[in-house]
Write a protein that binds this ligand. Structure first.
Ligand SMILES: Cc1cc2nc3c(=O)[nH]c(=O)nc-3n(C[C@H](O)[C@H](O)[C@H](O)COP(=O)(O)O)c2cc1C
Length: 224
């Protein structure tokens, strides 16, 4: 299986280590895993070029393109973030903003429906599940067929501080999820909610042509 990992932070803390634990459980070779650090990507400037013209016109396309290519080739997309102030890191949010043109309401990639998405977050106390829920929501709008999450309260500010008992609990969780993913790869079918939303977007693209670029894309895919 091929895996794309988007790290929502540049440092190798608890969230990074938790992600590596999951990678160790997956049935894949090292060369099948592509990991990206998004810290160097400029902030979305709201130019609308991607949505209204062409994604190649994004001022940060050169930095985004290799990540998007890896995501498109992957069977499993892992996106992680430490919990910062009850949410994802600012740089991860900006990364997602750069992907707005790929939302179902614009120009989704048809292959996403057969992929698995994984949202990972650690927190000192509270808020990890808020962050993973937000990541899963983004993946849903990319039309990813199946998503999982690992929110985890580490009660620590660094990986080394985490109590052994907590690390053991984490190991069990990660092993369990790794097993599920290994079974599911190649067999993902989009659920009812995703199919319903896709139909709604289809109706929207057929009816109100408020963005001709999106409309033409849907036509070209043979969806309308
Ligand atoms: C800017 C910042 C904001 C944070 N906000 C929260 C918070 O709202 N709630 C919380 O429980 N922990 C919070 N934390 C703690 C981290 O979520 C926690 O230590 C996490 O495991 C760090 O992951 P990392 O080692 O991958 O960076 C915050 C840490 C930082 C640096």
């Amino acid at each position: 299986m091929k895996v794309a990992v988007v790290h929502g932070q540049a440092h190798k803390g608890s969230t990074y280590h938790l992600t590596q634990m999951l990678l160790d459980e997956l049935d894949c070779n090292k060369e099948d895993v592509r990991e990206f650090n998004i810290n160097g990507i400029g902030q979305c400037v709201g130019c609308y070029n991607c949505i209204l013209k062409d994604e190649s016109l994004c001022p940060h396309r050169a930095q985004m393109a290799p990540i998007i290519e890896a995501i498109d080739q992957a069977d499993v997309i892992i996106i992680n973030t430490p919990n910062y102030c009850m949410g994802m890191t600012g740089q991860l949010k900006s990364f997602f903003d750069h992907m707005a043109y790929r939302w179902m309401s614009h120009r989704p990639n048809g292959n996403m429906k057969n992929k698995i998405g994984v949202a990972i977050s650690t927190t000192a106390g509270m808020g990890a599940s808020k962050a993973t829920k937000d990541i899963r929501n983004q993946l849903f709008w990319w039309a990813v067929g199946k998503t999982y999450q690992i929110p985890f309260a580490v009660s620590a500010f660094s990986w080394d501080q985490i109590a052994n008992k907590k690390k053991m609990k984490l190991t069990r969780k990660v092993k369990n999820l790794g097993w599920k993913i290994n079974q599911k790869v190649g067999y993902v079918r989009p659920g009812v909610k995703l199919r319903l939303f896709f139909q709604m977007m289809k109706k929207m693209q057929k009816g109100l042509v408020w963005n001709i670029v999106d409309h033409d894309y849907w036509e070209k895919q043979g969806w309308i």
